[in-house]
Design a protein around this ligand. Structure first.
Ligand SMILES: Cc1ncc(COP(=O)(O)O)c(C=O)c1O
Length: 441
């Protein structure tokens, strides 16, 4: 099948993820190449990447250093067993990643996706307490509207109903904090909202209900992305940190979206000045080019496992492709690219221009809220009565027709461009969206 062949029968074999398969296959949207800020469609149109793929191509597309590193690595060492064997680039990448991360993070465990990073972090948290003789700590606390990938641990601590309700009873012993979205008080706020730090106190209530000594970890996205871009209220993350520390509960930041410059710093932990005990990441680690994720751990956590006879495996966990050579090469080239092109700094510099352009959409038809931070923005639309998600999905289709890629979740439009974006692209993105919003039913 050629890539531009769109006959429906040829498309039926691929059951597409998180896609309205029937709608797509009637009118497919195919990308066939990408360079810099733009995709090229099968029918030869340029489409501005307003979403960095799926929040992952932070350095834009077709970065020469990354392409070259992958090609070279494939011819040099294509695969090495991940268990009881090593290869130099995985060690180098772990060191480089920890150097880039805030100070307490000194160890990296490699995975292949954000979902696997989440499962890994939850398992490390449980096993850590057990290794220290606190095996009563088996509960995991997530948050309403949280997104932590699609595996069973992640959907159990996650808080998006459609990702949970079809899949049985999920993990036992999970509870949820309330989400932090307070539209009545915080609508159209730029950056972090003032109201809502008190919602962190719910952790005290949950700890009192279950007994703090039964809780292993709390996992939150420092800024909730996939649920529609929800900012942490001022003081909220700080208060979560305090309560976790008080009760000996590990705090996990799921930084699968917020890592690698999205907010203008390496990680959100650095941006907010709040240090968790574990960080999950993926996506931007390899610029989305090759699947790879990681869990970053403090020495305190890592060292708790380094006991017992030396020939024994310390953590019974890992993947065939943990630290895969080609992924490691891609990761190293990606970190080089971020540094050499100063992309995190660039994101911080452009953030005010981004914020201004985004908030200029206020007052357009159906817009009920706008939220932003770093190079992330969301525009929330009033849903069509009785047909939730339809209006935003129409905006997505119309933007695509006009050469701009946005993303929608529910009736929220989310945008997170590659950090190489120019001001002219920002103008194009918000200009196109404004035109589309004005034309929506
Ligand atoms: C915060 C967060 N965690 C986990 C994931 C899952 O990552 P993946 O799709 O690579 O499994 C995502 C994906 O968007 C995410 O945003």
């Amino acid at each position: 099948m050629s890539l531009d062949h769109t006959a429906p029968n040829d498309l039926s074999a691929f059951w597409m993820p998180f896609t309205s398969n029937r709608q797509f296959k009637k009118n497919p949207r195919m990308f066939v190449s990408a360079d810099g800020m733009f995709y090229k469609t099968a029918d030869g149109r340029d489409v501005l990447d307003g979403t960095a793929g799926l929040w992952c191509c932070n350095a834009g597309h077709n970065q020469p250093k990354i392409v070259e590193a992958i090609q070279k690595q494939a011819g040099e060492l294509d695969y090495a067993p991940a268990f009881q064997m090593g290869h130099p680039k995985a060690f180098e990448l772990a060191t480089r990643l920890c150097d880039m991360a805030p100070a307490p993070f000194e160890h990296a465990f490699f995975t292949n996706s954000g979902s696997e990073s989440v499962e890994t972090a939850l398992k490390i948290a449980l096993a850590y307490h057990r290794a220290r003789g606190e095996g009563t700590r088996t509960r995991l606390i997530g948050r309403e509207r949280g997104y932590h990938g699609v595996n069973f641990g992640g959907i159990s601590v996650g808080g998006i109903v459609n990702n949970r309700k079809y899949f049985g009873t999920l993990l036992n012993g999970v509870d949820h904090l309330p989400h932090t979205h307070l539209p009545d008080q915080n609508a159209f706020v730029k950056g972090q909202p003032e109201h809502g730090a008190y919602l962190a106190e719910e952790l005290e209530r949950i700890a009192a209900l279950h007994g703090p000594e039964t809780i292993a970890a709390v996992i939150v996205e420092p800024m909730a992305g996939s649920t529609g871009v929800l900012m942490p209220p001022k003081g909220y993350l700080e208060r979560l940190r305090e309560i976790c520390t008080k009760h000996g509960i590990l705090l996990i930041f799921d930084e699968v979206i917020t890592g690698f410059g999205r907010l203008g710093s390496s990680f959100a932990a650095e941006h907010f000045g709040v240090m968790p005990d574990l960080i999950t990441c993926a996506k931007g680690l390899t610029n989305g080019v090759i699947p790879m994720g990681a869990v970053l751990a403090t020495s305190d956590i890592h060292d708790a496992f380094m006991q017992g006879p030396e020939h024994m495996i310390e953590l019974f966990h890992g993947y065939t492709y943990s630290g895969n050579p080609i992924a490691s090469a891609a990761g190293l080239a990606t970190l080089d690219t971020y540094r050499e092109q100063a992309l995190f700094e660039r994101a911080a510099e452009l953030a005010p221009y981004w914020e201004e352009g985004l908030h200029s959409l206020r007052g357009l038809p159906h817009v009920i809220d706008i939220r932003n931070m770093g190079l992330i923005g969301a525009v929330e639309l009033e849903p069509i009565a009785g047909e939730p998600t339809k209006r935003a999905f129409q905006a997505f289709l119309d933007c695509y027709d006009k050469g701009v890629l946005i993303r929608t979740t529910g009736d929220i439009i989310a945008m997170s461009p590659p950090l190489i974006i120019e001001k002219s692209h920002i103008d194009q993105l918000f200009g196109t969206l404004a035109t589309v919003l004005k034309g929506l039913d």
